[in-house]
Ligand binder design. Sequence first.
Ligand code: AMP
Length: 280
Amino acid sequence: MHILRTVAELRQWARTGRAQGGTIGLVPTMGALHAGHASLIRAAKAACGQVAVSIFVNPTQFGPHEDYAVYPRTFDADCALASAQGADAVFAPAVEELYPAGAATFVDVEGLSSRLDGASRPGHFRGVATVVSKLLIAAEADFGFFGQKDAAQVAVLRRMVTDLRLPAKLVVCPIVREPDGLALSSRNAYLSPAERTQALTLSRAIRQVEALVAAGQRSAASLIAAARQTFAAEPTLRIDYIELVDWATLEPAETARPNTLFAVAAWVGQTRLIDNTVIA
Ligand code: AMP
């Protein structure tokens, strides 16, 4: 497996791969790889001739009081995992490689970027859209692989790819969960044993909403009320949002219908966790 450090190396790698007849798949990550990331890499390898996993803790998507400095960095283990899942290359640039001195160019997906996670994390999706556009362009990617876990991010990136007329197609992979339901996240490493138990409230609320929808309950107000009740049983959690939205626009939806997104975010101690379900 190649370890690439510069955009020029990534571009060269992609062009060599394409010349050999393969399509190029890119899996953007911030490292601290787990089974959720592994599922993206496997999906990429099944669909593309050549797969690069980017590992880059992107400073521009963290707020000033967020966890950029302490975000887990486990590069050697990440390379071992990426290689075991079939990645052909890891792209791990320095910050100055993606943000040259004086960098002043940003991608701002208006509207969408201030909804759901964007409402409580101003500037977050601007950072995400900026870095993902740089990565898709540098890798000359045919396909980019993303997790439904970050469903609002998917909506922002779909809009961005359409608006910038990027050639990459986005592939969205299902949420990978622990056996007890907790959605895998690099930030789960922050949880104490007690918080780990409290965190199950998110997936419990999601499962409950799925059951209610399956039983014919479609009104946003009643689904949100049911989820709020589930959270009420665990008052140590601080709800950030509980919303039913159109997955394309992230605007509130009044009824659960295909392609609406039921999404929750909550603080468990100092750790902010998210979970969701897309209505079939
Ligand atoms: P991150 O490293 O947290 O930026 O995530 C990199 C990619 O992995 C994003 O597209 C995430 O949505 C995806 N991802 C993270 N956790 C999961 C999970 N539990 N299941 C599926 N995909 C995930």
